[in-house]
Design a protein around this ligand. Structure first.
Ligand code: OGA
Ligand code: MN
Length: 302
């Protein structure tokens, strides 16, 4: 390093990181998302590389690593760079608990065949992961093991954009409002098998601000989705009408990045400022869609 570039690096830690960055970044859309090339996620990464990945993650909200072919243990190890893994309240069809690296699939648990009615289909509704936890998720990582020849996309809606587009008086009206999220409401909202008494005890309702502030950037975003039962202090129907209306405006196509999966993709996204859902734009009774999933715990939304 010359004296000059050293000085620049000291003046700007971001420039220093960029200089040390051993990967390339290509933005995927105006809404969010960047493709990262040049890293093999199957190998351990250094703290410096982790920090550079995190910097890109905060800037782009979604990182797409192509052509990764990770074992579950390798995905587990890579995920641990970003924090502690979540435990799951849901149970597999055989009643056992989800392992830390589990599978999102449309394959029927009994027949092993593709089905339009898999044992859980909550992923097809707009949500942010684990918002029914007091401390919800920071990021989720999905690794595409088997994908349909076309479709089976995942949609991501940028909730900073959803918030920024609101009229000023509405931003003011939403300030201080809290939404009550629960596993029970989530199962009800999505027509899934109802929460059991044990699950309700394990995951009592929690409330979070409707407008949250990103802990890294300080930017505000809407914190919505199918895990919400009602708005605290508001009649249920009134709160639901308000939330449905907000959700509709926040998820307009102009705010959405559509991820079209390729086998080998590893996608990690920021649950603190995005909603996401799977798209049924493939023949679920014919094609298999299998993704390996890990979820990292975040911080209390404020
Ligand atoms: C998830 C999820 C979306 C998808 O794994 O949290 O919502 O496209 N997945 O399957
Ligand atoms: Mn999800």
């Amino acid at each position: 390093m010359t004296d000059l570039s050293q000085a620049a690096a000291i003046a700007s830690p971001t420039a220093a990181l960029a200089a040390a960055r051993p990967f390339t970044i290509a933005r995927l859309s105006d809404v969010a998302g960047a493709e990262i090339h040049g890293i093999n996620l199957a190998k351990p990464i250094t703290p410096e590389l982790r920090d550079a990945i995190l910097e890109a993650f905060v800037a782009h909200h979604i990182l797409v690593f192509r052509d990764q072919h990770l074992t579950k243990d390798q995905q587990h190890a890579f995920t641990l760079n970003f924090g502690e893994l979540e435990e799951h309240v849901g149970r597999l069809p055989d009643g056992t608990q989800y392992p830390p690296v589990h599978t999102v699939t449309n394959l029927d648990a009994e027949t092993g065949k593709p089905t339009p009615t898999p044992s859980t289909h909550g992923n097809y509704f707009w949500h942010t992961d684990k918002s029914y936890h007091a401390i919800p998720s920071l990021t989720t990582l999905l690794h595409a093991v088997q994908v349909p020849p076309e479709g089976g996309d995942t949609l991501f809606a940028n909730m900073h954009m959803g918030y920024d587009a609101l009229p000023e008086d509405e931003k003011v009206a939403l300030t201080g409002l809290r939404a009550v999220h629960s596993w029970e409401a989530s199962r009800r909202n999505t027509g899934n098998k109802p929460a059991t008494e044990v699950q309700k005890q394990e995951r009592p309702p929690v409330d979070h601000p409707v407008v949250r502030t990103h802990p890294e950037t300080g930017s505000k975003s809407l914190y919505l989705g199918m895990h919400i039962g009602h708005i605290a202090g508001m009649p249920e129907a009134e709160g639901k009408a308000m939330l449905d209306d907000l959700l509709e405006r926040a998820t307009v196509p102009a705010n959405v990045y559509r991820h079209q999966w390729k086998r080998g993709d590893l996608v990690m996204w920021d649950n603190r400022c995005l909603l996401h859902r799977a798209d049924r734009n493939y023949d679920m009774s014919v094609h298999a869609r299998v993704l390996h999933r890990t979820v990292v715990i975040g911080t209390k939304p404020v």
